[in-house]
Design a binder for this molecule. Structure first.
Ligand SMILES: *[C@@H]1O[C@H](CO)[C@@H](O)[C@H](O)[C@H]1NC(C)=O
Ligand SMILES: *[C@@H]1O[C@H](CO)[C@@H](O)[C@H](O)[C@H]1NC(C)=O
Ligand SMILES: *[C@@H]1O[C@H](CO)[C@@H](O)[C@H](O)[C@H]1NC(C)=O
Ligand SMILES: *[C@@H]1O[C@H](CO)[C@@H](O)[C@H](O)[C@H]1NC(C)=O
Ligand SMILES: *[C@@H]1O[C@H](CO)[C@@H](O)[C@H](O)[C@H]1NC(C)=O
Ligand SMILES: *[C@@H]1O[C@H](CO)[C@@H](O)[C@H](O)[C@H]1NC(C)=O
Ligand SMILES: *[C@@H]1O[C@H](CO)[C@@H](O)[C@H](O)[C@H]1NC(C)=O
Ligand SMILES: *[C@@H]1O[C@H](CO)[C@@H](O)[C@H](O)[C@H]1NC(C)=O
Ligand SMILES: *[C@@H]1O[C@H](CO)[C@@H](O)[C@H](O)[C@H]1NC(C)=O
Ligand SMILES: *[C@@H]1O[C@H](CO)[C@@H](O)[C@H](O)[C@H]1NC(C)=O
Ligand SMILES: *[C@@H]1O[C@H](CO)[C@@H](O)[C@H](O)[C@H]1NC(C)=O
Ligand SMILES: *[C@@H]1O[C@H](CO)[C@@H](O)[C@H](O)[C@H]1NC(C)=O
Length: 817
């Protein structure tokens, strides 16, 4: 999304005021720190990739999996369309929404409004800012994920969006430097898969189409789009977009896995990504779209391009792409042009027989089936006119069609969602360290609040840049939000502290703290607690320069901790940060709050003062040093060849904790880790086969359904364990199940992989039984020769515990002789 920023960076041609807010990360955050440079792989030595086989024709939708009736309605609708209307339905138009499909008044079709984004309505006034994707993942809470998705979709619907451009399973988090991992969920396919399925189900239950993005292997922002020659209307590449070169097993077991959950949840659409995949643009990679997505995963809806990711007409259409966005009057490189590879070109291509009417009809049937399935043809709210002027993707001056608006403008769609957002913020904030009973706070009398992340946003509440002052509860570019208000940590702490008659002293200027110190200014008595608020910005189209927190954060902590023996650090961040201050003896507690949305302050105070017992867990690994992470981005290519940007996914399955475990590397805080104000234990892990003790190694070949072969989703094994609250505070435990595959599994299999989790309320001293149901897919690996999921022979080990490195009980089982 947000083609403008991509192109604007190349030339200053289009600096319309409405788009100038988008800027990259300013060097001030990490002065002098260059992007890490990665030597491109020597392709003359290793060339197993760089090619994606052609698979044609594009499979037709059959509406199977519950869309049969809607499919019939869609077909009836398509029969009434002219060729031009069909072509334009597959082609976006500038208009009020981020993506627009033109209305056809003759048929009472009001068009489609496609809107950002995954945390809020990007253009939404009087709308809520929910917790971010990474926060939602950190909750490990299926109900939270569902409730969040439902409420977000309710707001989108009330503003007239037919399609929410989310949720996100790619980037998955191969590299912690990717600028938009916070929009997605976890650096683990299983957890992300659950998040995708719950979110999509909820959004569509609320009547709005979800969009699973970005398909596929979209794991870096740098060079995600081609660089174009400046004088050729941006159709000539200087260098093409980066190619993600991924082997088949890795693609299935890591990157495609959560998208299979999305297909299974009957997501209305998929978005093909900017990157190339094995050398072909993801939006014209027929192997990925026709074979993997529409074939193997049985996806029945439509594939839309990311904004400007279309690089051909006929080739993309034959490769399985059904809708181009933003379509006509598109920004190619650095100029707006009325041209589109689709639109009139598509009409011409059908007229001269290059594209069959059959294929075009299937494209429109795929687009209209979810529309009818969700009842969007009946009494759907009109588009709120207030979104139009806020839409930076097609500024008003680009609109060609005479859009008319009905219904009130600036509708307040928030309902009582703020209460839920507050609960979700507390449920998704991870307690990483808590020593000397620092937390919960017990009526401290003298509180210091420090750091530029603690207070109000002083430069407007809808800033698309890394502002210096103010809490960071959301981040930049197309996933950014317009806050109608924000509960800041400072407000919430002050309000709470006043009840205790406490003193609150604030130091919000990081430069002042680090250059001038604080103690000369504060009340001479030693503070009871010093709360330090740090932040880390990131955004689409820009990879992170550093895994340190921004604004000289480490020095801020050092200065505070030097003077305060009860320093509590709170981070608002995109995800992975190295935390060199974690070993400081005066840093008694650390909380990672990610991007918690509009109730940032209140949700945090609920935890700090113990009204809520923390339960969230890290959805990624916090290592000791930046250099400990594998799979760095390809951030620079010093040669001039058109296709020189190549990202080799040579680490294969060793993504996130899988890498650290495979190499037995120490980490500071492991995947799945998070503290509570109580302690839990887990015991008695036992497993039981569901139907037959001996399974076939390969699944029965059953007719493909959305999500793929239904046999893969069948429950084959159930494990139970007993969780006890061994402390004195009631709380939620999050028991996790990891599987170690048998020795017979091909080399490269990670030592342990998440395959189950639950969130259970356990009162102090009590015990609860938890159940983990395993599907066939959970105990299979992708067999590249059989081209199927195979259960290996031999003994599996199952580990249950409270993180990827805290196994409290184990058991074994074999499924295949
Ligand atoms: C790449 O590998 C080939 C074959 O070993 C070698 O001849 C060539 O010099 C290498 N190129 C670079 C840039 O290292
Ligand atoms: C990419 O290339 C690798 C290596 O040849 C192959 O295993 C994989 O299936 C290819 N994937 C796609 C989508 O072309
Ligand atoms: C459009 O809506 C009007 C009013 O509900 C109805 O009379 C008409 O039949 C509809 N036309 C089509 C093509 O569905
Ligand atoms: C770019 O497009 C414009 C409008 O279509 C056209 O007039 C112009 O000649 C084109 N320039 C180049 C260098 O192709
Ligand atoms: C057709 O596609 C070409 C690019 O192949 C583009 O330059 C041209 O403007 C398009 N025509 C229309 C009418 O959109
Ligand atoms: C058919 O039309 C398309 C779109 O204008 C064009 O790209 C293609 O070359 C044409 N093919 C023939 C055979 O005329
Ligand atoms: C656009 O719509 C307005 C309001 O309905 C109407 O007055 C105007 O004539 C229309 N303009 C065009 C170019 O159709
Ligand atoms: C922050 O403190 C520095 C150092 O004292 C000062 O130069 C700067 O103006 C301050 N910023 C603001 C916004 O007060
Ligand atoms: C910890 O804080 C106390 C003040 O409370 C200070 O005297 C001490 O030097 C600090 N320790 C370190 C290691 O900075
Ligand atoms: C900080 O130091 C004071 C004074 O020595 C002591 O009373 C207090 O317990 C210390 N706080 C922590 C958290 O260690
Ligand atoms: C790449 O192109 C630039 C500009 O034309 C030139 O200065 C540079 O030497 C080229 N680099 C290589 C490695 O060919
Ligand atoms: C379970 O397995 C892990 C990893 O092999 C081991 O570290 C742990 O001690 C085992 N736990 C029990 C209770 O056997």
């Amino acid at each position: 999304m947000k083609v403008l920023t991509d192109a604007m960076l190349l030339s200053g041609l289009l600096l319309a005021p409405s788009v100038s807010g988008s800027t990259g990360q300013t060097p001030i955050d990490h002065p002098g720190k260059p992007f890490s440079y990665v030597q491109p792989r020597n392709t003359s030595i290793l060339t197993p990739y760089g090619h994606s086989p052609a698979v044609h024709p594009s499979p037709k939708t059959s509406g199977k999996g519950g869309w049969e009736h809607a499919l019939a309605q869609a077909k009836e609708f398509v029969e009434k369309l002219t060729l031009e209307e069909k072509s334009w339905m597959a082609t976006g138009q500038p208009g009020p929404c981020v993506g627009n499909v033109l209305p056809i008044p003759r048929l009472n079709f009001t068009g489609l409004c496609l809107q950002n984004g995954p945390q809020c309505i990007e253009e939404g006034t009087y709308s809520s800012v929910f917790i971010s994707g990474v926060s939602a993942a950190a909750s490990w809470d299926r109900k939270l994920l569902y409730d969040r998705g439902y409420a977000l979709a309710e707001e989108h619907k009330a503003k007239g969006s037919h399609v929410i451009l989310g949720p996100i399973a790619g980037p998955l988090g191969r590299s912690p430097y990717d600028g938009r991992t916070w929009e997605g969920f976890a650096a683990d396919p299983y957890l992300t898969g659950v998040c995708m399925e719950e979110t999509i189900t909820a959004m569509q239950d609320a009547g709005v189409q979800a969009n699973a993005k970005h398909f596929i292997a979209n794991e870096q922002e740098t060079q995600r789009n081609p660089t174009y020659a400046p004088d050729a209307n941006a159709t000539t590449y200087i260098q093409d977009s980066v190619s993600s070169n991924v082997d088949d097993r890795t693609l299935h077991e890591i990157y495609m896995w959560p998208f299979a959950n999305a297909a299974r949840a009957r997501v209305a659409s998929f978005m093909c990504s900017y990157n190339r995949l094995n050398g072909s643009h993801a939006c014209q990679n027929s192997y990925a779209l026709n074979h993997l997505l529409k074939g193997e995963l049985g996806f029945q809806g439509y594939v839309m391009s990311d904004w400007g990711a279309t690089h051909s007409g006929v080739a993309s259409i034959e490769s399985g792409m059904d809708m181009t966005m933003p379509g006509g009057f598109t920004l190619y490189g650095e100029m707006w042009t009325e041209g589109s590879y689709f639109g009139k070109n598509l009409t011409a291509a059908v007229e001269n027989g290059t594209v069959s009417t059959d294929r075009l009809d299937d494209m429109i049937v795929r687009i209209m089936t979810p529309y009818f399935w969700l009842g969007q043809d009946k009494d759907y709210p009109s588009v709120d006119a207030s979104v139009g002027p806020l839409n930076v993707d097609s500024p008003l001056y680009t609109w060609l069609y005479n859009w008319t608006f009905t219904g009130p403008t600036n509708r307040d769609v928030r309902g009582n969602h703020s209460e839920m957002i507050r609960e979700h913020g507390a449920a998704s904030t991870v307690l990483l360290k808590n020593e000397r009973n620092a937390l919960p706070l017990r009526k401290p009398r003298n509180i210091v609040v420090a750091g530029n992340d603690a207070g109000p946003i002083t430069q407007g509440s809808a800033i698309h840049s890394n502002y210096e002052f103010g809490v960071l509860a959301n981040s930049g570019s197309s996933g950014s939000c317009r806050f109608s208000y924000i509960s800041t940590p400072l407000d919430a702490i002050t309000a709470r502290a006043r009840k205790d008659g406490a003193l609150v002293q604030t130091f919000l200027n990081n430069t002042q703290i680090t250059e001038e110190g604080m103690t000369s200014l504060w009340n001479p008595e030693l503070p009871d607690v010093c709360l330090v608020f740090l932040k880390a910005w990131s955004e689409e189209n820009v990879d992170r320069r550093s895994l340190d927190l921004d604004w000289n954060a480490n020095a801020v902590v050092a200065e505070v901790a030097k003077n305060c023996n009860n320093t509590i650090v709170v981070t608002h961040s995109t995800g992975v940060n190295v935390m060199p201050f974690a070993d400081h003896p005066n840093v008694t507690a650390i909380l990672a709050a990610h991007y918690p949305g509009e109730e940032a302050g209140n949700s945090l105070v609920d935890l700090l003062y113990g009204d809520v017992n923390p339960s969230a867990k890290l959805p990624y690994v916090i290592a000791y040093n930046e250099s400990d992470y594998n799979a760095p981005l390809t951030t620079d290519v010093l040669t001039n060849g058109t296709y020189d940007w190549q990202s080799w996914f040579d680490e294969k399955l060793e993504v996130g904790y899988r890498y650290f475990d495979a190499h037995n590397l120490p980490v500071r805080y492991e995947f799945g880790f998070g503290l509570s104000y109580t302690t839990f234990d887990l015991a008695s892990l036992t497993g039981k086969a569901v139907a037959t003790a001996n399974l076939s190694a390969l699944p029965a070949q059953r007719p493909i359904q959305p999500g793929g072969n239904p046999a893969l989703w069948e429950k084959v094994f159930t494990l139970t364990a007993v969780v006890t609250n061994t402390g004195t505070v009631d709380g939620h435990a999050i028991p996790q199940l990891y599987v170690a595959f048998p020795k017979s599994t091909p080399a490269g299999t990670p030592p342990s992989q998440l395959r189950g989790f639950d969130k259970v309320w356990v009162p102090a001293g009590e015990t609860k039984t938890v159940t983990f149901d395993l599907m066939r897919r959970d105990v299979s690996y992708w067999d590249v020769v059989a081209q199927d999921w195979r259960i290996p022979t031999g003994q599996f080990t199952f580990h249950a515990g409270f993180s990827s490195r805290d196994f409290r009980a184990n058991t074994t089982a074999s499924f295949v002789r």
